[in-house]
Design a protein around this ligand. Sequence first.
Ligand SMILES: NC(=O)c1ccc[n+]([C@@H]2O[C@H](COP(=O)([O-])OP(=O)(O)OC[C@H]3O[C@@H](n4cnc5c(N)ncnc54)[C@H](O)[C@@H]3O)[C@@H](O)[C@H]2O)c1
Length: 470
Amino acid sequence: MDRRKFVKGMGAATATAFVLPRFSIASTKSPNEKINLACVGVGGIGSMTFNGIKGKQGTGEKDAGVVAVCDIDSKYSANNYKKFCQGVKMFTDYREMLDKMGKDIDAVCVSTPDHTHFKIAMDAMSLGKHVAVQKPLTHDIWQARELKKAKDYYKVKTQMMNQGHATSAIRMIKEWYDSGVTGPVREVHVMCGGPAWGNIYFKKPPEGIPLKKGKAPEHVAWDLWIGQAKYCDYNPILHPLAWRSFWDYGTGMLGDWFCHTGDAPVWCLDLKDPVSIELIEADCSFDRNVFIPNASVVKWTFPKTEKHPEVAMYWYDGGLKPKKLPHDWDKNRDLKGVGMLMIGDNHTIETGVRPNINPRMANTQFFNEFKKNLPPKSIPRARQDNLYLEWFDAIKGNIDECGSNFDYASQLTEVALLGSLAQRLGGKIEWDGKNMRSTNRPEAAQYVKETPRAGWEASVPKSWLERIFG
Ligand SMILES: NC(=O)c1ccc[n+]([C@@H]2O[C@H](COP(=O)([O-])OP(=O)(O)OC[C@H]3O[C@@H](n4cnc5c(N)ncnc54)[C@H](O)[C@@H]3O)[C@@H](O)[C@H]2O)c1
């Protein structure tokens, strides 16, 4: 593709935003107009997007239609392409897609591996496109904060695809918490059984690390798969799906699950800026700095705020679980080790691995009473509990914002990524959230803000002061 043309196009968009920072360059749509969508990442979880945008009985098809798609692997994406978007213009490089079809596109869905979310989303936003991005929002903490800034700067509607956040269940859980039923929450446990080694998502390299250098098959555009991340030669264990275990590309079990299982406590308690994150225990087969652990326990300490006392939050994977049961736990009930517990001084809220799986008060007898007089509905619901329809409603001005818009999505992602950082570095990380830095582990800086591969730097919105003084 003609990169110069693309970069020139991006420059124009940025310049428009610079001259007119208070006016949106995003396309606006009236309730009757159809939103033109582009989807980057067609195979794999791309199917979630294609199914999701349809809504119940195809109701979403009145709101939006796919006009362009992009995937770096013509073979792996072929099934979804045939099933969902046969005949739609297909690209290999999203930059070429934005360059050639940008004027016909209102909004972009990004369903690619974690390491490529940031630049694709930022490039689309800087052209005024609304964006929906898979979870976790980004691969590093700086990127999450930049996408949050870009949302306000470009005045576009944003949604992270942690689908549980669009369900009535999580909104109901927050109403329970807001009613005061739990009392002050001081301890949270987030448990996720995996990784299940050997399934399609989590594989150990048979040759160990470093990986063998291979040659990508014709149908895979390997350089585009790497994108802005650190270059390595093709190896079939990385693409598709099993990139998750390699820190350079994935974000491990926390990246895979925390935005689901940890969504309710982060939202209810407004958890952010922990003072420390600590790897309490871990079992690793390979270099911890390169490959995720088999099992681990991570602890975040969130300082007291107006909304909550000091909170200790724990993450468990690889089959580990809390050693002590909540004070109000049912007698003779096992703790499965997959799900979430928000332990209040009075009562505990419990969910399964997603907030919409079996939300309840942990004590059965109390829950049976509580159900008779649930706190009133106070939080608006997403149309059909569907994150895409909620996003379309925001784009059309029917609602102000989506539930998992990038203000919240970047907060949730940052908490998850701080956990991944502890798994990667080991030990205790003292964290200064305001200044986005570790005060005791200088080696964390390279992962908090990763250096993009040459030629893959994203143009990020700058404040007026930064523009004037550099
Ligand atoms: N919300 C959920 O429940 C859920 C579930 C699974 C995955 N995910 C997230 O979705 C994302 C994708 O995961 P996956 O399991 O589908 O991975 P995957 O490896 O199957 O990749 C998805 C698709 O993106 C394509 N792709 C990769 N790099 C690309 C690029 N630079 N440009 C265009 N296309 C590219 C791949 O060829 C593939 O077709 C991840 O961020 C993951 O965390 C979310």
